[in-house]
Design a protein around this ligand. Sequence first.
Ligand SMILES: Cc1ncc(COP(=O)(O)O)c(C=O)c1O
Length: 366
Amino acid sequence: MINYRELLGEERASVAPYQPGKPIKEVQRELGIENVIKLASNENPLGCSDKAIEALKSFLPDISRYPIGDSYYLRKKLAEFHKVDMDNILIGAGSDEIIQLLYIAFLKECDEVLSPSPSFGEYYLIAKAMKSDCKWIDCNDDLSFNFDNILSSITDKSRFIFLANPNNPTGIDFGEKEFIDFMNKVPSTVIVALDEAYKEYQEESRQIDTIGLMKKYKNLISLKTFSKAYGLASMRCGYIIANKECIAMLNQVRQPFNVNMASQVMAEASLSDKAFLDKVIKSNLAGKQFIYKSCEKLGLKYINTEANFLLIDVGDGKKVFEDLLKLGVIVRFLGHPKLTSYIRVSIGTESENSILIDKLKIVLGL
Ligand SMILES: Cc1ncc(COP(=O)(O)O)c(C=O)c1O
């Protein structure tokens, strides 16, 4: 008789799956409460650009057609936006798909991925799905990346190093100088993937000139997404900027219609709405300052963030996560051994941030 577990392999079958933030509707259904806010998945609390909505509406009559396979117009727009050639860009169904494509193309079964820990779980889970491996490398005690640890972990098997900058779940970033020092020491055969999902939220003076550095380092690639600052998480649209040969090889393994057309038109329209992006950044900054100040008043420690979420030290992270849930506030408990006392909170609208603090006070008896 067929044994699917055996076919997948015991090691892969026993990997715990990705735990997304709970959807609002699920919490409403399970707890029977109406007022629920979600600050759990680093989504955009302001929605997306009106221009993207308009583009979606205009596209609707064409829904019966297959999408443009190579996302031509979106790539053209992105090429102008980033001042690179179209052939330096490939679009995916979220950066999740880009990670998978990178592994399909360049990661052999005996190869491994390195990434600092804690970081984004998909680097590990997708490597495992490909029957390869991902080694988590310890961060410093303050949760910043330990580049020396990463460098000393590189072996002949290392094919990728994934660095989220700013990192999820900490919100901590690193600067250009330390990154260049690091790149100078990484063997040129190891692909360094800078996951810049939250770059738009970073103060401009702290942002690394990744595209500039790619001219020197052929093994440097950048992953970007429309899921965060552009507010298109549900549309599944991300992209990679890299050396043309890298993009050509990824195109060899990409499915012909990997990005749906609604995503393509919405993402393209979003890039023309700088005013919306500015509003998002401004609102995030104000929300961050409000949560910082509120935590300070309550005597709660937090980790300074360069992203649209932050870690708050609440003592017993799991219990506070569960208690907040019962009060209709969905946050995240990551369960990482270094983060047991923290909850990760996405920065919401002004009213969501106030609700969060009010409910935190109740849960912590402050
Ligand atoms: C660091 C990081 N990279 C990538 C992603 C995935 O983004 P996408 O929605 O484009 O797949 C996330 C999502 O939370 C993330 O935190």
